[in-house]
Design a binder for this molecule. Structure first.
Ligand code: C2G
Length: 131
C-alpha cells in the first residue's frame, strides 16, 4: 500500500485541483489531502471564498481522495508524513524546492501546474462580471 499526501487550500475547486489530485493518486494507492484551515490561510495571506468545512466537503467527494486532514501550520508536514506512513509527498511545481527537506522522510514529487486556471483567475472573472 503506497501512501501519498498533498497539501492545499482548494478554494473554488477547479480542474487544476482535480488534475493534481488525480496525478497524486496515480503515484500510489491511498491519497491523504491536507486542506489549509481558515486560520492557516490567513497566515498564508490567502482569504478563501469557501470555509474549511465547505472545501473539506468538496475534496472528500473527489474519487481520488481517501482521507482529508486539516493543515494548521507550516511545521506539521514531517509529523503528517510519519503519522500517516506516507511514501510520496506531492505538490504542484509552483512549490518546487520548497519542501525538499521532506526527502529525508519520503519521496518528494513536484508536478506541473495546470495552465490557464487558478482560484485567482476565477475571482477576477467574477469581479469583472459584477462591475
Ligand atoms: N494547482 C495546480 N494547477 C493549478 C492550480 C493549483 O496544479 N492551476 C495545484 C497547486 O500547485 C497545489 C494544489 O493544486 O499543489 C493546491 O493549490 P492551492 O489550493 O492554491 O494551494 P496552495 O495555496 O498552493 O497551498 O503547505 C502547502 C500549501 O498549503 C499549498
Amino acid at each position: 500500500m503506497k501512501r501519498v499526501i498533498t497539501y492545499g487550500t482548494f478554494d473554488l475547486f477547479h480542474e487544476g485541483h482535480v488534475r493534481i489530485l488525480r496525478r497524486a493518486k496515480a503515484l500510489g494507492d491511498y491519497l491523504v489531502v491536507a486542506i489549509s484551515s481558515d486560520e492557516f490561510n490567513q497566515l498564508k495571506g490567502k482569504k478563501s471564498v469557501m470555509s474549511y468545512e465547505q472545501r473539506k466537503e468538496v475534496v472528500e467527494a473527489i474519487r481520488y481522495v481517501d482521507l482529508v486532514i486539516p493543515e494548521n501550520d507550516w511545521e506539521q508536514k514531517i509529523h503528517d508524513v510519519q503519522k500517516y506512513d506516507i511514501d510520496v509527498f506531492v505538490m504542484g511545481d509552483d512549490w518546487t524546492g520548497k519542501f525538499d527537506f521532506l526527502k529525508d522522510y519520503c519521496e518528494v514529487v513536484y508536478l506541473p501546474r495546470t495552465e490557464n486556471i487558478s482560484t485567482t483567475m476565477i475571482k477576477e472573472k467574477l469581479n469583472k462580471k459584477i462591475q
